[in-house]
Design a protein around this ligand. Structure first.
Ligand code: PMP
Length: 394
């Protein structure tokens, strides 16, 4: 069976991780993999998570199965965090999944099952796994312009022109905040415009929300998708708890399907549960329970929000620091747009060869398309990183 088998190309991000680990040079800088890091390079367990885990260790009496869709208390806590009450709960179907990746996959699976002919529109560029999952599922996809490499901001005209071709029943994927890989987010007016366009065309938005709280704050980062949720009859949301709760390996994820009415929501709930059942039956529970404990305990929630604010402020400080250091190192404003990006990522205008040169000659690691994770920077590495980038990206 496997004699002539060829594995798919390895994930380029994991390749960067491995090359960095094997690099023995002092002063190497890792702006590759998309995890949050402290100034001393750690990805620690949050204090709120530790406290919730301690409480669970004491109080949990069983590890028996929960439900195919996951814990209803987890659904409710996350729904309220993300939607803030803009959609009545009887219109919302929820499904706990293994991580945000699981949520993205099950949301696409739902669409494939309900409307196999739908075209899924993805922003260009997007998180590469969106495309890999869609291709793996054999779904039709098209891309729409999102990023303007000239300005380092949104390509509003291109986006509008491309989305004008969306047909009734198509699915349009949007990043809720902190766009991966560009850092270029939609402004409130963009959310409003796209909501209007999708309403006109009868298409459905799907929002991938992997970085809630990493942009401008919990409320601010959810504002765009709430606006859209309030304006349209249907919408899908794929949520990850990996970054904002630091629960990467516990695999915390959730699909929210906003439906036209309670009847449709009940049917979608059944289909979502069925999707979990025939994939892996019950979703992971520990991380979800930790999140629910934090969100429903006022003291733990306050602690979590404080820690999240600390992470966001560090990311933002490194982002502004890098923009300043690049201005100094390059003697120009050509990297000035970095300061306006949101979240951990920005896309540098680097060719694959320049990315390779940065690795080889400066021990500076980023993803092959020029994506950097600014959370990999520290006050000490800002200047050397900026000098390397300014030297190679002349
Ligand atoms: N969506 C986007 C845009 C992401 O960047 C990520 C994380 N890299 C995910 C979803 C999924 O994250 P996870 O499966 O680790 O929760």
């Amino acid at each position: 069976m496997f004699k002539d088998h060829r594995a798919p190309a390895p994930d380029p991000i994991l390749g960067v991780m491995q090359a960095f680990a094997e690099d023995m040079r002092d002063g190497k800088i890792d702006l590759g993999v998309g995890v949050y890091r402290t100034a001393d390079g750690r990805t620690p367990v949050m204090q709120a998570v530790k406290a919730a885990e301690r409480a669970l260790l004491e109080s949990q009496e069983t590890k028996g199965y929960v439900a195919l869709s996951g814990d209803p208390a987890f659904h409710a806590a996350m729904r309220d965090l993300v939607l803030g009450g803009v959609v009545p709960s009887d219109r919302v179907a929820a499904l706990a999944t293994p991580g945000g990746t699981g949520a993205v996959r099950q949301a696409f699976e739902l669409v494939r099952r309900v409307r196999p002919e739908a075209i899924v529109w993805t922003p260009s560029p997007t998180w590469p796994n969106h495309l890999a999952i869609l291709d793996g599922l054999g779904m039709k996809r098209r891309s729409y312009r999102h990023y303007d490499a000239e300005t380092g901001g949104l390509d509003r005209e291109g986006m509008r022109a491309d989305l004008a071709e969306v047909a009734a029943g198509d699915l349009v994927l949007l990043h809720g905040c902190c766009h991966n890989p560009t850092g270029a987010d939609l402004a409130p007016d963009d959310w409003r415009d796209i909501a209007l366009l999708l309403a006109e065309r009868g298409a459905v938005p799907m929002v991938d929300l992997a970085y809630l709280g990493f942009g401008d704050g919990l409320e601010q980062d959810a504002a765009g998708l709430r606006l859209m949720a309030g304006a349209l009859p249907e919408m899908l949301i794929a949520i990850s708890g990996s970054k904002n709760f630091g629960l990467y390996r516990e695999r915390v994820g959730l699909v929210l399907a906003l439906c036209d009415g309670p009847g449709a929501a009940a049917a979608v709930r059944g289909t979502l549960a069925w999707l979990n059942r025939q994939s892996y039956a019950f979703p992971p529970d520990h991380g979800a329970r930790v999140v629910t404990t934090i969100l429903t305990d006022p003291a733990l929630r306050a602690l979590w929000e404080e820690e999240l604010t600390g992470m966001r402020e560090r990311i933002d400080g490194m982002r502004r620091g890098l923009a300043d250091a690049l201005r100094e190192a390059s003697g120009s404003d050509r990297f000035g747009h970095l300061a306006g990006h949101r979240g951990m990522f920005s896309l540098l205008p680097a060719t694959p060869e320049q990315v390779e040169t940065l690795r080889r000659e400066h021990a500076l690691y980023m993803i092959g398309d020029g994506r950097i994770n600014v959370a990999g920077l520290t006050p000490e590495t800002l200047a050397p990183a900026a000098r390397a980038i300014a030297t190679v990206l002349r």
